[in-house]
Design a protein. Structure first.
Length: 86
């Protein structure tokens, strides 16, 4: 199994999108500063995980989340989560 994941910086609110076979372990690596592109904005929280059958599908979802429409979907996910937790 592979996963497309989105994490959000608790400091800046910015999102990072990636793929992994273990998103929880990958989140730990981000928070430990082991990833160059995210180490200046730790800590991160897991924002969304999409389960995929293989690496190719996960890569397609990662590209989608990085696109203009994908960024809009991410905003909608946040709005839904905010509404749901009220």
């Amino acid at each position: 199994m592979h996963y497309a994941y989105i994490i959000r910086s608790k400091i800046t609110g910015e999102f990072y999108k990636g793929i992994s076979e273990n998103p929880v372990s990958r989140l730990r690596e981000h928070n430990e500063g082991k990833t160059f592109s995210t180490k200046n904005k730790v800590p991160y929280e897991l924002y969304y995980v999409h389960i995929c059958v293989d690496r190719n599908e996960a890569r397609q979802w990662e590209k989608f989340f990085k696109s203009g429409i994908g960024r809009e979907v991410i905003k909608d996910l946040g709005a839904m989560a905010e509404w749901y937790t009220r």
